[in-house]
Design a binder for this molecule. Sequence first.
Ligand SMILES: [Zn+2]
Length: 136
Amino acid sequence: MSTFSASTYPPFKPCPCGSGRSYSACCAPRHDGSRPAETAEALMRSRYSAYVLNIEPYIRASWHPDTCPEDLLLNDGTKWLSLKITGTEAGGPDDERGTVSFDAMYHLHGRKRRLRERSEFTRLNGAWVYVDGVIS
Ligand SMILES: [Zn+2]
């Protein structure tokens, strides 16, 4: 995976994905390309963090080209508040596919909202990518 413009988010601060680890020990190496996600869950977390930090090239590169929309709607005013992984199936280091279920809270148009999605991931040239998701 290529290198993306590094985020200005402080590396020692808690990772935006809510893992409890520092950004440098969690999603930063995904974002800068130095250590691609080994699992679908790690990719999911890094994509969430990329939304929080507005790293468009990473969001695009971690999205399957067949399903990635032209307009990612990153500037619609959404402010991501929290991520909770609620379940995973497959998606491990030896898998080719995986699903990750999550609850994400966000703020939009003055209201707090919840996104509950079951996301599908696959590998593309060895790297995990997001395919699509079912919102529940
Ligand atoms: Zn993280």
